[in-house]
Design a binder for this molecule. Structure first.
Ligand SMILES: [Zn+2]
Length: 91
């Protein structure tokens, strides 16, 4: 039953770049002015870019709607204590 605690990785991906390999720390909800929303998981680094990539992500998920990003909601991802070590990063 441990699979439900598996860490989710950050969803951020630069154009043609590799996927970010850090564990996600925020569940980001992108809320469009037109109504549709979508969620992505981001690490602490990339959460600062959620606003700038948000419109792009909305267009990617809803390619036929011309959505504009209206707001962004951040919810910390909770995880069991024994997995906190996975969050450590080298500087
Ligand atoms: Zn990231």
């Amino acid at each position: 039953m441990s699979i439900q605690y598996r860490l989710s990785r950050c969803d951020f991906q630069d154009t043609a770049g590799p996927l970010c390999s850090f564990a996600s720390v925020y569940r980001v909800t992108l809320i469009s002015l037109e109504g549709p929303t979508c969620e992505m998981l981001l690490c602490g680094e990339h959460v600062q870019k959620s606003w700038s990539v948000g419109t792009e992500v909305l267009q990617c998920r809803f390619p036929h709607l011309n959505l504009s990003l209206g707001s962004v909601r951040l919810d910390p991802v909770h995880r069991p204590n024994d997995m906190v070590g996975d969050e450590k990063r080298e500087r």
